[in-house]
Write a new protein. Sequence first.
Length: 570
Amino acid sequence: MRLATLALLIGLSLLVPAFQASAQTFVFGAQGEPVQLDPAVITDGISSRITRQVFDGLVRYKGATTEVEPALAEKWEVSSDGRVWTFQLRRNVKFHDGNPLDAAAVVWNFERWWKAAHPQHDNQVKAGQTFEYWEGQFGGFDDKSVVSAVAAVGSHTVRITLKEPQAPFLANLAMFVFDLASPKAVERWGTEFGKHPVGTGAYKLVEWKPNQEVVLEANADYWGVKPKIKRVVVRNIKDNSQRLGALKAGEIHGMEGLNPDDVSVVKSDANLQLLLRPTNTTGYIAFNYKVKEFQDKRVRQAFAHAINKRGIVEALYGGTGLVATQFQPPALWGYNRELKDYEYNPSQAQAMLRDAGLRQGLSDITWEDGKKEPLVFWYMSRSRPYFPNPKEIAEAMAADLAKVGIKTQLQTTEWAVYLDRRKNGQMPLYMLGWTGDNGDPDNFLCYFFCQPGAAREGFYGNKPLADVLLRAQKLTQQSERATPEKVAEVRARLGLERPIWQQYVLYMGKVLHGDLGVSIVRGDPVATDLLRRFPATVELAVSAIVSSPCSSASPSSSSASSTSSPAIRR
């Protein structure tokens, strides 16, 4: 998810039809099947939106902010040097299987994430299910991690010791991947735990029909605000148009993944309402550095100049996108609004290819082991918030590349396989996206640029850049981390390693949670709008796509303007 060069910004929308207070079941139309439901090893939005109903973490994001508030830990304190964190757990909390949430269970979860020799870490890795978020946020496993010790110092007190201060530590813990699982359940199911998730959350998994739907049921013993809806069905409807049709027909109550061309259709339908939200996602195409041609910056620059980014935005996003100039979204502090984009200039692209020795263009690539093969450009088989029409967008980019002599073969595969190929560094050129998880630019920058030569990031490595970002992690004040000099140094280290595509979409997490929906990105709830429009306290937050850039829904507005109006079925 790293090296990329094109970027857009789009808003988020929410579509919800009429929903009665007495309704016991809420049906949500999802863009596809969850990969699995073990929060520790997932990276996709569809899976995480479900796991946030089933699991809780020590802390969580508060409302529409990235401020951290108590969850399973009711309070905490940190030492004066920023290295020792002590968490006091809530009492009388149980996992769905009846086992207690205590300090021993918390320590067990941390050791599973952190220690490579832990039986329930080792078996996951051998099964190809890596703990990449832990590695990305906390520096690695065992001695490589910033975490040096996790201990129970009482039945409900946990002490975490860091080797050095980490500015986003608490915000990291609020991310969905660090929600706590029942140790007994993980030990029972092993690598199959992702099909049998057990947490402490507001909902329990009761049924999973592969390629059809996931069914959740309210947890009567939930420690927090009790769910108002008894049953939640997350239905797999891959096609955006079919999903909208199901919404209009009343077969589902909410959906995600609206085609840009359908925004006007929704706005003209008095029975539907479109809720717009600020966004925090980067979409991009990525290069694999094991391909010799991609190791030359001039070749990557040729891609950046060859693709008509604005043209694609206007044609395939309804003009709702912005071309990005850097990897992190403008919603994050530290964003530099003065940076310029690579202009669309086919002649410049051709010149750069010639300078790189590719006078006949590029159609076949050479891997580092000497193997030659046609250049395959991979795109996802399902609609994603950052690529609502992936096939059409890939075709448009491929056509632009062909005009300058870069000939690609388009290819796709099933979503879970796609993610595995990316994780194992098996794709030379591919489309993907990244949604910020904690409101800190570290999540966009260090996650991708601090790991030396990770396969999941195309084997890219830049030690000087990694050193700069790791130093920034240790500074606890934003004013120290984002001085003009430090920002300039990071920008200089990034060079061309800025996105090709960048578009920002807000994944909504905790779809029907007691807190009325907290985003895994910015904790953006839709409760205010929904409570005004529904006749009851419906705990709901579901995501769709798309709207105008930098838009947000106004809780006090019921009009349907192009930038801030919601649209819900009444």
